[in-house]
Write a protein of this length. Structure first.
Length: 295
């Protein structure tokens, strides 16, 4: 059984840890509110932009061709892995690592075996993990410190330029989608080439006469790159909100575990203290009896 000093030291250590996890939970909750507001505002805009793009693409048919919609034999692949800059968020980052590894072993097994699978790591954790396993495209380790569209646009343009140049035949994003504080879902989405949106079967089609200003081709060539950048930015915002939700949940659980451990340590401390007192009393009684017997 541990002595009283060791138990007291452990109690002090656990109490300090509990205070830290409480503070981290509060910080994550404050950041989550802002991140959640950002993604809730972004979702309608991204959905509406994709809807407009789908309508115009369906209207144009084969009249307008985009360099981002060219379908080629998939020989070279770029996977954009989106994680956080910091840890202590439960399985948030490891789930992305597992999803990318599953892609490399199943869907892109041939490309990975021939060294034609490249990773763009957004977030320091992804940079550290995948950087040890091969070369990375770009360096986006600290985008979440001052998260903005301009930073993400740079990453999107680099991926889009690589696709146009033929360096990559397919670009796929892997990230955590925010559902609620306790739920984050891994999403694997193809960014390039463009995939036509599926129209629901129960929605009737309508013929709309659009007036284009400037030309239809100019609008499509502007709208498509903007839509791709918005898609990546939305994925980063989803990951940012998911990170704070995962960290808040993890720190809440850690605080509860620290509380349970404190109860056990205090019980152990009281038992140890009681045993020490009992031992001292027995020693005193035994010594008194020995003195009485020697007289």
């Amino acid at each position: 059984m541990a002595n009283l000093k060791e138990v007291r030291n452990r109690i002090t250590s656990v109490q300090s840890t509990q205070q830290i996890t409480k503070a981290m939970k509060m910080v994550a909750a404050a950041k989550l509110r802002r991140a959640q507001d950002n993604i809730l505002r972004m979702r309608p805009y991204a959905q509406r932009l994709n809807s407009i793009l789908s309508n115009l693409t369906a209207l144009a048919g084969d009249e307008v061709e985009s360099e981002y919609g060219v379908v080629r034999d998939v020989r070279r692949v770029l996977v954009i892995a989106i994680t956080s800059d910091r840890g202590l968020a439960g399985a948030f980052n490891s789930n992305v690592f597992k999803a990318v590894n599953v892609l490399a072993q199943s869907r892109y097994a041939e490309q990975a075996a021939t060294g034609n699978l490249t990773v763009m790591a957004i977030g320091k954790k992804a940079h550290d993990y995948f950087g040890k396993r091969g070369p990375l495209l770009g360096s986006y380790q600290h985008v979440f410190g001052k998260l903005s569209f301009d930073t993400v646009r740079e990453a999107a343009e680099q991926a889009m330029d690589g696709f146009r140049a033929g360096d990559y035949d397919e670009v796929t994003m892997v990230y955590n989608e925010f559902r609620n504080v306790a739920t984050q879902v891994i999403r694997v989405e193809q960014l390039l080439p463009l995939v036509p949106a599926e129209q629901p079967a129960n929605v009737p089609t309508t013929n709309v006469d659009y007036i284009f200003e400037p030309s239809q081709d100019d609008i499509m060539q502007t709208l498509i790159p903007q839509s791709l950048k918005i898609q990546l930015y939305k994925a980063v915002l989803e990951s940012n909100a998911s990170e704070h939700g995962a960290r808040m949940t993890a720190m809440d659980k850690a605080t509860e575990n620290a509380g349970e451990l404190l109860k056990e340590l205090k019980l152990t401390y009281n038992r140890t203290r009681q045993a020490a007192i009992t031992t001292e009393i027995l020693e005193i009684v035994g010594g008194a009896e020995a003195l009485a017997a020697s007289r």
